[in-house]
Design a protein around this ligand. Structure first.
Ligand code: G6P
Length: 369
């Protein structure tokens, strides 16, 4: 088993550290930044339908659902297509309105999650086009799907999903770039710039991973908290949800993720000097707004831990602790800002002596409803 873990203590840590490679593998052979092309045959076949879709419905569970939420922001921005993001378990049991021409994107690491599978089977019967963004080749969801793209992240063993998530983001971003450019809602300059940005993600992830020791120290500092709040806006809002989910799964600390402004409508009541509040606050078009949310937490004596863009002195002066990530376009930023949160939950779980690869009560793949 030690060999399988490649020298790492746990699969989860190994998989976190594999991300520069897995994201690279996911882009390789598809994205050509010099030629300005994205080649994805399982998407190309449906490009017309996607471009002309009334709406795209992302269907998923857990961490994959969070990837869908990030993709909602990206598709609406770059492709100007209305996107809904659905929990598969809710979508399958209500009587959803599905029209011909709706495009469903099922997102799943395992390709076997029962709720996601049945949800797309139902939607298919009603005439929707089903695209799969799946990691496991030949899995049930990939077989039911009309088209799609694999994430090529390799086997994920740790129950808490890490490298599958960033690969899902890479694939979904490539689809949005391709569709937006072909549709004309994304101009050539921005398209070419975003191809470069995407291409540089693996190297930037490496830089984030270099902060391992610092994040470990933060985990020691905050491991005895009973609750934690994760806040973000825009592209980083789903990252906040994912950070909270990771912490709950691995460390059993109660954590909530919230849109940073929405916290005023509830979670702010929890803030006192004992509550760690993790801000996902990289520099983007929402930044000034996030800063003022940070000030609101500080005014109530909350402990602010912020994931920020390198050199952001303003955020550094407000936060109790910061973790820096390299500068990047906001479209690709979630692939960087999620990494410190994965590491933080990992180290908190380890510090508390828990089995991080097999957290209690959770299954890697939920094949029963
Ligand atoms: C389980 C796993 C999660 C995963 C979710 C969806 O809850 O523990 O890590 O995100 O299922 O799984 P899928 O394979 O469909 O992505």
């Amino acid at each position: 088993a030690a060999i399988e873990k490649g020298g790492y203590d746990h699969f989860m840590l190994k998989e976190i550290f594999e991300q520069p490679q897995t994201i690279y593998d996911c882009l390789r052979g598809r994205l050509d930044a010099e030629k300005g092309t994205i080649t994805m045959s399982g998407i190309q076949k449906y490009a017309e339908q996607i471009m002309n879709a009334n709406r795209i419905i992302m269907v998923a569970c857990g961490t994959s659902w969070h990837a869908g939420l990030v993709a909602e922001y990206i598709f609406e921005e770059l492709c100007r297509i209305n996107v809904e993001v659905e929990y598969a378990s809710e979508f399958r049991y209500r009587n959803p309105v599905i029209n011909k021409g709706d495009v469903i994107i099922a997102i799943s690491q395992s390709g076997e999650t029962a709720d996601t599978l049945v949800a797309i089977e139902n939607a298919k019967k009603q005439g929707a086009i089903i695209l799969g963004v799946v990691n496991v080749v030949g899995s049930s969801i990939s077989r039911v799907s009309d088209g799609g793209a694999y994430t090529h992240a390799g086997p994920e063993i740790g129950v808490a999903s890490t490298k599958a998530f960033t690969a899902q983001l890479a694939v979904l971003t490539m689809i949005a770039l391709k569709i937006g450019y072909e549709k004309g809602t994304l101009d050539k300059d921005r398209y070419m710039r975003l191809l470069d940005e995407l291409n540089s993600v693996p190297d930037k992830v490496k830089v984030v991973l270099e902060q391992q020791e610092r994040i470990k120290a933060l985990a020691e500092k905050y491991k005895d908290a009973s609750d934690a709040l994760f806040l973000g806006r825009g592209y980083n809002f789903p990252v906040a949800l994912e950070g909270a989910l990771k912490l709950k799964e691995i460390s059993y600390i109660h954590a909530e993720g919230y849109p940073a402004a929405e916290m005023k409508h509830g979670p702010i009541a929890l803030v006192d000097e004992n509550l760690p509040v993790v801000f996902v606050a990289t520099k983007d078009s929402y930044h000034e707004k996030v800063i003022s949310n940070m000030q609101e937490i500080k005014a109530r004596k909350g402990k602010v831990i912020a994931v920020i863009t390198e050199g952001d002195e303003h955020s550094t002066s407000l936060a109790d602790d910061v973790i820096e990530v390299p500068e990047a376009d906001e479209i690709v930023a979630p692939m960087l800002s999620v990494i410190p949160l994965q590491l933080l939950s990992y180290y908190v779980g380890v510090a508390k002596g828990y089995d991080v690869d097999k957290p209690r009560n959770l299954a890697k793949s939920v094949t029963v409803e």
